[in-house]
Design a protein. Structure first.
Length: 292
């Protein structure tokens, strides 16, 4: 089942990466009904909730958060994983205002050696599964060319645009098909980000525009690692060492009144409709999680 594979993928990925910019998994547990992940406590809410409150960010704040994500991504990719679902909802804000990448249920090891039914092995360097959030899917996936770590950097470009403008880089007025057509045109080199950006804003903000253009472009031309981010003029004033040791002040420090304060999260996101007091004991096959 898909959900089981997501749980296993999340445990595998979180357990393989040790980074201050990725949610830390300390231990897993289980009882008769549930599996539990013991992780960091990050009470600052998620980035989408913060963006909902402030609508847009200035360039300086956007650069800070994108630098956080770039460091986390570099650690994830070095461990051999592609996230495949990067978006503001999957960035948690800590008490110091720094963000951590979370929700690795769609993470995939790439490249990977897979055993085929005939006993032979296939070295897979890309994934062809359509997964993730519509506004963040890269052109190579929509064009059935498969995706690898480049897809995560496309998602970073999408997040830059959403932080600055509170909308998708290729927004088509809510028309998903129209959005996909634009994204595919990027992959086919029939459209560029410059065609979509407000000309006056791009002229007044050449460096952020260039950063987005270097991320939201065909796979072969796209930034593919943190060095590509660091080389962008827009990011030249980032104190990377200071970010690594969390000595650079964050643009926003969340208000957290107590260690149980969850007010920075959307209350509607809580699990509802479950009668916790009268749950029937699970009687299915739980062998898949026997080592949790």
């Amino acid at each position: 089942p898909v959900r089981l594979s997501h749980v296993l993928a999340e445990r595998d990925a979180l357990g393989s990466v040790d980074s201050r910019f990725i949610l830390k998994l300390t231990e897993t547990y289980q009882d008769k009904n549930f599996i539990y992940f013991l992780t960091d406590v990050l009470l600052g809410g998620d980035m989408i909730e913060y963006l909902t409150k402030v609508t847009t960010l200035d360039v300086a704040a956007t650069k800070f958060y994108i630098a956080n994500v770039a460091i986390g991504l570099s650690h994830l990719h070095k461990a051999g994983f592609v996230h495949r679902d990067l978006k503001p909802e999957n960035l948690l804000i800590g008490a110091d205002g720094y963000v951590k990448i979370c929700d690795l249920g769609l993470a995939r090891r790439l490249p990977v050696m897979k055993k085929l039914p005939d006993g032979k092995y296939d070295y897979q360097t890309k994934s062809y599964t359509i997964c993730g959030s519509p506004d963040f899917l890269p052109p190579e996936l929509l064009l059935n060319r498969g995706c690898d770590h480049h897809a995560d950097w496309w998602a970073v470009g999408c997040m830059v645009h959403e932080m600055l403008f509170a909308k998708s880089a290729f927004d088509a007025g809510g028309d998903l098909r129209g959005l996909y057509i634009k994204v595919c045109k990027i992959g086919l080199r029939n459209l560029s980000l410059e065609d979509e950006l407000d000309a006056q804003w791009a002229e007044e903000n050449p460096e952020p525009s260039a950063l987005m253009a270097a991320l939201l472009c065909p796979e072969d031309d796209r930034i593919e690692d943190i060095d590509g981010i660091k080389d962008q003029p827009c990011m030249s004033d980032i104190d990377w060492e200071g970010l690594n040791d969390h000595s650079v002040p964050a643009p926003m420090v969340p208000v957290i009144s107590a260690k149980e304060d969850v007010s920075n999260f959307n209350p509607e996101a809580e699990i509802s409709g479950v009668d916790w007091a009268n749950l029937e004991e699970f009687t299915g096959d739980d062998s898949w999680c026997s080592d949790f």
